[in-house]
Design a protein around this ligand. Structure first.
Ligand code: HEM
Length: 210
């Protein structure tokens, strides 16, 4: 989507988040998760669906709830199935479910996929080939160019959903958690200047993505 597009989107969301915090959160204890998650989802979602949401939007609340439950499951023992991939093949379902909450993780993953599928469906009906808006539109157009059939097969749709799910699962909680820690440190050490915090964050993200 290009650096400028994302840079502008991040700046807009940061400034709206600051407005929200100033209006609603000054001089009192608050839980900032909802506002923070909305700002992050807006940047992630803008790449895919060119849509932004306000704090408390029911669609965003649903996304965050689904992701939250999935992350809670993955923080427990389910990671062992990644480390020993043969386990899901040899263990009976009831053991997978009772030991690893496999069914919970799977159900919520399906829920997330359903939400991504809905977004793709909406885009299929409103696609304008002369004015592609976002990754979904570009994907649909590229698909038409490469394949004379021009339609989206089940596999193509799965691939696109996978990209959307990946961005959400990899991008929301990581960024929210980093920002929450950053705000906590700034609160405890107000003498630390913002630019040095921002450059630390950039270094951290670059380090992680090397
Ligand atoms: C502060 C925010 C972030 C942190 C701390 C972070 C951290 C990480 C870490 C540690 C990994 C490596 C995982 C591994 O190899 O086991 C990773 C991979 C990845 N991250 Fe992030 N991430 C952040 C933001 C994001 C965002 C915003 C996105 C997408 C929109 C994203 C997408 C990905 C993807 C797709 C991978 C997998 C790359 C691969 O397998 O080659 N991350 N991230």
């Amino acid at each position: 989507m290009g650096k400028t597009f994302l840079g502008d989107a991040i700046e807009d969301e940061a400034s709206l988040l600051m407005d929200h915090l100033e209006k609603n959160c000054l001089d009192k204890p608050v839980v900032i998760d909802s506002a923070l998650n909305t700002a992050i989802i807006n940047v992630l979602w803008l790449m895919f669906t060119s849509k932004r949401y306000d704090v408390g939007d029911p669609e965003i609340v649903q996304y965050v709830q689904v992701l939250d439950i999935m992350l809670r499951v993955t923080r427990k023992k389910i990671f062992l199935l990644d480390v020993i991939p043969v386990l899901p093949k040899i263990l009976p379902t009831f053991i997978l479910n009772s030991l690893f909450d496999f069914d919970v993780g799977e159900n919520y993953f399906k829920e997330l996929t359903k939400m991504s599928e809905n977004k793709i469906r909406e885009h299929l009906t409103s696609l304008d080939p002369d004015n592609p808006r976002d990754i979904i539109d570009y994907y649909l157009l590229e698909k038409t160019e490469r394949d004379s059939n021009g339609f989206l097969t089940h596999f193509d749709a799965q691939q696109l959903c996978g990209m959307m799910n990946d961005a959400f699962i990899a991008g929301l909680d990581t960024t929210a958690s980093t920002l929450r820690w950053m705000m906590l440190y700034l609160t405890i050490y107000p003498d630390v200047s913002m630019p040095s915090c921002a450059s630390l964050l950039t270094i951290q993200i670059e380090f992680y993505h090397q």
